[in-house]
Design a protein around this ligand. Structure first.
Ligand code: NAI
Length: 269
C-alpha cells in the first residue's frame, strides 16, 4: 500500500543484512513510499550477498562502509550524493554488535578492548554518521535521522550485557546531536526503542526466545514486529513528524509502561 509518504525524499539505509533485518523491511517500504536511497553495510557483511538482491529489488546500489570509519562514511556520502542527485532527507542507523556478547563474555568479566568495539560500532558510529553529515552539510532542511535502541538502556536486562550501556550512549547521542542539528538545520534526531525482534543481532543475545516470549505476554498489543518497526520508521522519515526530536520513542506494544500483565500473573500461580 503506497501513499507516497516519502515521495522525492533521498537517504541512506544502513544495516540490511538479510531479510529478517529491520533495515531490510525499511528499504522495501521506503521504496514503496517513493523514496530514493543508497544501501550500505560493513564490507564483511556484504560477503553474505543478500543485500545485492535487495538493492536490485529497490533499484539502487550498495556502498560498503564500516560505520566506525569516518573515511568510509565520507566516501559513502560523497558517492551517494552523486547516485541520488542531491543531499539527504533521512539517515537510518540500524547497526549493533558486541564482541563480548558474540564471544560469550559475561558483564562481570568483560574484555575492555571488545567493550570499546561495542561502543564504537553500536553507539559512537551514530555520532560519526551525524558529525560527518553535519560537516559535509549534506542534510536537507527538515531531514530526519534515526537510530534503533532497546529498553535495556533504561532498565537492567542482565543478558543484554554491554549492549545495554551502548544503547544508553546511543540514546544520549541522539539527544545531544538532536539539539545541534535542530538549531542549525531543522534536522530531527530520534531513537526508536523496539521490541525484541528475531533478527541476527536480536537472537545473538543469550536467552532471546525466553525474553521474546516474556515481552509478548507483557505487552498489551504484543511485540512489535520488524515490519511494524519499519512502518514507524517511514512515518518518522515523513513530513508528518517534523517537530519530533531528541526523543527515545518506544515501539513495543505497550511493554515499557506495563507493570505486570494478567497472563504473567496467571503463570505465577
Ligand atoms: P541485524 O543483525 O539484521 O542488523 C545489524 C546490522 O549491523 C547488520 O546488518 C550488521 O552487518 C551491521 N553492522 C555490524 N557492524 C557494523 C559496522 N562496523 N559497520 C556497519 N554495519 C555494521 O539485526 P537488527 O535486529 O535488524 O538490528 C538493527 C538495529 O536494531 C540494531 O541497532 C539493534 O541493536 C537494534 N535493535 C534490535 C532489536 C532486536 O531484538 N532485534 C531490539 C531493539 C533494537
Amino acid at each position: 500500500m503506497s501513499n507516497n509518504l516519502l515521495a522525492g525524499k533521498k537517504g541512506i539505509i544502513t544495516g540490511a543484512l538479510d531479510e529478517n533485518s529491520i533495515a531490510w523491511k525499511v528499504a522495501l517500504k521506503a521504496k514503496e513510499q517513493g523514496a530514493k536511497f543508497v544501501l550500505t553495510n560493513a564490507p564483511v557483511a556484504l560477503r553474505m550477498g543478500g543485500i545485492q538482491e535487495l538493492a536490485k529489488e529497490c533499484n539502487t546500489e550498495v556502498i560498503p562502509a564500516d560505520a566506525t570509519s569516518v573515511d568510509d562514511i565520507t566516501k559513502l556520502y560523497t558517492e551517494s550524493k552523486e547516485i541520488l542527485g542531491g543531499n539527504f532527507d533521512f539517515l537510518l542507523h540500524s547497526i549493533g554488535m558486541s564482541p563480548n556478547v558474540r564471544k560469550g563474555k559475561a558483564y562481570n568479566d568483560l574484555n575492555y578492548d571488545w567493550l570499546q568495539k561495542t561502543y564504537d560500532i553500536s553507539a559512537v558510529s551514530f555520532h560519526k554518521m551525524m558529525q560527518t553529515a553535519d560537516k559535509m552539510d549534506i542534510m536537507n532542511q527538515y531531514g530526519s535521522i534515526l537510530g534503533l535502541s532497546y529498553i535495556a538502556a533504561q532498565r537492567t536486562y542482565p543478558f543484554y550485557n554491554d549492549m545495554a550501556d551502548a544503547k544508553a550512549l546511543l540514546e544520549s547521542i541522539a539527544r545531544s546531536y538532536g539539539y545541534h542539528f535542530g538549531k542549525r538545520k531543522n534536522v530531527r534526531v530520534n531513537t526508536i526503542s523496539q521490541s525484541p525482534t528475531p533478527t541476527t543481532a536480536g537472537s545473538g543475545i543469550s536467552g532471546f526466545d525466553s525474553f521474546y516470549n516474556f515481552a509478548e505476554k507483557m505487552s498489551p498489543l504484543g511485540n512489535a514486529t520488524a515490519e511494524e518497526c519499519a512502518d514507524y520508521i517511514i512515518m518518522m522519515f515523513s513530513d508528518f513528524t517534523k517537530k519530533v526530536t531528541m526523543q527515545n520513542l518506544f515501539h513495543d506494544g505497550g511493554y515499557s509502561f506495563t507493570g505486570i500483565s494478567e497472563e504473567l500473573i496467571e503463570e505465577m500461580k
